[in-house]
Design a protein around this ligand. Structure first.
Ligand SMILES: Cc1cc2nc3c(=O)[nH]c(=O)nc-3n(C[C@H](O)[C@H](O)[C@H](O)COP(=O)(O)O)c2cc1C
Length: 225
């Protein structure tokens, strides 16, 4: 099988902040793998990495919110929800948000969707949720930010905003988060996690997976960070 990742990057989507409930608190994650799959009923598909804590919470609660991001969104929103896990931090307290139907939405969105899960399909790496849209509205003007935009130019701003955030975070909270370094590091191309362990990356077992998003070693690239 030939897999050219660059071919897959041409399947571009938008970028969204996914929100869900975890008991009496909110969790969330940055996602791009969302598409509308039917008009009647109004159904979308959402693919979550199996390592995502938000995915675990959606499995339990059966519903989620999507905040559609526009091109002018603060890059930190993408980093905040995409580069750390809700297992360890409250991502929503770091952004301006509102609550509808007991689900959180990023204030800075261009459209909002509230969805209920109809079915799920579990793959080795991902869980696909097929979900019916309960409510959706266009909340403001603005062009949607695409995953292509993210990869082409927006990612740089996202990384910088997170590096700044990390520098201002107390040391004990830094564990497990991306670290700003000037030399080359192995970086997860799916979620941006930077491997910073003591064992050289090359010597990690073949079944090593990204601790943030769960993808395998082959999804890491040596990058200047
Ligand atoms: C640009 C971007 C796109 C992403 N797309 C997805 C996606 O479609 N599905 C997914 O599960 N994770 C995606 N991720 C990774 C999650 O946002 C990331 O693993 C996050 O830390 C999960 O947080 P959680 O454990 O709180 O759910 C993406 C991350 C970024 C930065």
């Amino acid at each position: 099988m030939t897999v050219d990742l660059d071919a897959l990057y041409q399947l571009t989507h938008g970028l969204y902040i996914l929100g869900a409930r975890d008991g009496d608190r909110f969790v969330g994650s940055t996602v791009d793998a969302v598409m509308q799959v039917a008009n009647k009923p109004l159904v979308i598909a959402l693919s979550c990495n199996n390592g995502s804590y938000t995915k675990d919470c959606i499995e339990k609660s059966g519903e989620f919110s999507l905040s559609v991001l526009g091109k002018n969104v603060d890059p930190f929103a993408v980093a905040n929800f995409g580069f750390q896990t809700s297992r360890k931090v409250d991502k929503w307290e770091k952004v301006d948000y509102y609550v509808n139907n007991n689900l959180p939405f990023l204030r800075d969105n261009i459209a909002e969707l509230h969805c209920k899960v109809l079915q799920k399909v579990v793959f080795e790496s991902n869980t696909l949720f097929i979900a019916e849209v309960q409510n959706c509205s266009r909340t403001s003007d603005g062009e949607p930010l695409t995953y292509f935009d993210y990869r082409s130019f927006f990612k740089k701003d996202v990384m910088e905003s997170f590096e700044k955030f990390i520098k201002n975070t107390p040391t004990e909270e830094k564990k497990g988060k991306i670290m700003a370094e000037t030399n080359k590091k192995w970086v997860c191309t799916v979620c941006g996690y930077v491997y910073d362990g003591e064992v050289p990356f090359e010597e990690l077992p073949d079944d090593y997976v990204c601790p943030l998003c769960g993808v395998g070693k082959d999804m890491f690239e040596l990058q200047e960070v």
